[in-house]
Design a protein around this ligand. Sequence first.
Ligand code: ADP
Ligand code: ZN
Ligand code: ZN
Length: 735
Amino acid sequence: MYANIIVDISHEKVDKTFQYKIPDELNGIMPGAPVIIPFGAGNREIKGFVIETTDICEYDESKIKSILRIDNKSVEIEGKLINLAWFIKNTYGSTMNQALKTVLPVKKKTREIVNRTLILSAKDEEVTELIEKYTKKHAVARLRLLNELMRSHSLPESLVTGKMKVSREVIKSFLDMGIIEIKSETSYRNPVNINDLTPYDIQLTSQQRQIADSIVDSHELVHLIHGVTGSGKTEVYMDVIERTILGGKQVIVLIPEIALTYQTVMRFYRKFGDRVSIINSKLSQGERFDQFTRAKNGEIDIMIGPRSAVFTPFDRLGLIVIDEEHETSYKSENVPKYHARETAIYRASREGAKVILGSATPSIESYHKALDGKYQLYKLNERANSNKMANVEVVDLREELKEGNKSMISRKLDSLIRDRLEKKEQVMLFINRRGYAGFVSCRSCGEPIKCPHCDVSLNLHNGNRMICHYCGYEIPLPKLCPKCDSKYIAAFGTGTQKVEKAVLKLYPTARTLRMDLDTTRNKGDHEKILEAFSNREADILIGTQMIVKGHDFPNVTLVGVIAADLSLFAADYRAGERTFDLLTQAAGRAGRGSKEGKVVIQTYKPEEYSIVAAAKQDYELFYKQEILYRKLSGYPPMINMMAVLVNSEFEEVAQEAASLIKTTLESNKENLMIIGPADCSISKINDVYRKVIYFKHKEQNTITKYKDILEQEIEKYDKSKDVLVQFDLNPLTFY
Ligand code: ADP
Ligand code: ZN
Ligand code: ZN
């Protein structure tokens, strides 16, 4: 056996490896092991890490050197991360190089980063005066900044313009007025002046305390907290985190980017002060590297971030918290298509840490494991601040039609909207539909206008340009149908546009805001809309699923779901789960303040179990039906499933490679179930043809074994250069 070894992992080129022979006494050595090897002409002893073992000798067998010994002195974090990369490569399918680049914090040459901090320089009286003035003028952004500066004295500019959503103009005018000063630093410092924050003093309820205690006392690996939104899961996490840190260990907290709001971030700062660091996707490579370096140097104890924070190079990892564990954003869309939850559990098991999963609507996978006794299960059934859960009502749209109401808005929803408009409370209308912007089709021949490079319809932007969302191909809106020359071509309004039209017709005086792909093209649009709604500049917010997650609007007392079943038509086995999750989240938007909320779900399929269960806000009811369906139809978590994607510029090559994969799988002796090959639902992107084959088996080991076999077969295939094969284990997307 031979080992491929890297000797300098701080380098960008993690693919620079050297091969050594594994001596007999080191048989079974694992990727990630730190080893001492003779290096160069003088056989100088240096340290390296095994990244792969193989039985193929890539050099002259007679000249290859042997590993000297394992470096027992150091069980370094790099070794652990390399092992994690190996797990990812092995489980999800990729090259070791791709996996290493995903896992290791790679230093890129970046320009120096200057951190600017805003410091309050005005006197208290002056500030009080200004606050009065801005309150009168309703200048919310200015007020927010002043109040926060009063509390923390200094704030990083990135936080102010980012999470706090204060514009540069405001900062400039404060500077001009002499209210603030700006301090610039090149080195990384704590983003918040911790000493000036109001301390965090929340006492856990007895139920919360019980959960926190049993997690701390337990020796189990994974703990799932199933608790409704607002039930205080985050308080439980923070309590366990605090005790983990007191024990000298470090903690990773994964939160979906969309939920990583200013309030959440400040909550952690207030409780843990300068031992916290936060990463998000907006950080540059260099900034990210800095944060990881601080983690590695032990300058912080807690790292908060989305998916990739699971790779934080903590050496004394004690706990990984995964909030909203059901979120699909925990799965990487790029190769390696790793799942952060599974990766976290593997990492924790290797490093003697625990994992806490939390959700109001746990993934079917996790709940199944919890009921199976593999995870510890805890419940929090009530909101901590005793706000009531919203009252949910289902309206059957078929009945509406029978009664002659052809509008998108049922009579029930209509009367409630009128009531809220009268009371000056706010309404959210939600279209359960993934973001399809308007496409244009011909009313004579029925053909939609398609992208010539991709098998999808072009989307209309600003009423005059047609754009392909996959490859960027762009043309002006044609005057005549390209197929039949008819001039009767027309745009189908997006769902949200249609709803807005209907709303404005029914309630001409209502102020509306619309949030969908079209209104959020530019950076910051998203925030602007939410901020405007939060400032009560509109009565009704209309949107796709974008508006559903993570935002708190205390004045919203009515949420209407216009057509709940649309996501059920999507042809994938997770449609029910997604519908239940979205409806539950939508219901969670109503009544976040002290007023009770009301939710109206409009549907053509009121008997569908995901809708029935969502209306009752009954997760268990949903789970029971869903797991039965997964069992009967053979879907995860009852089995494991691998999608094999075949991409090629040449249709025949894609076809041939797909057949080769199928034949290879068919020669199995383990009763693999094979589906396909078939064209992907989008059969061509950017002139690359796409085919997909699925194979299923109960055991994940068997799936991994056949993935490895396929990788070898593809490598041997004589046109392997013209084809790209990718794997997706238990995919969350439908190909
Ligand atoms: P979740 O994470 O389950 O959505 P949070 O932890 O965010 O819930 O709690 C919701 C709200 O209730 C927060 O404002 C939180 O500060 C408050 N809260 C939670 N637990 C308590 C408690 N024991 N005492 C006082 N307030 C609490
Ligand atoms: Zn036509
Ligand atoms: Zn295209």
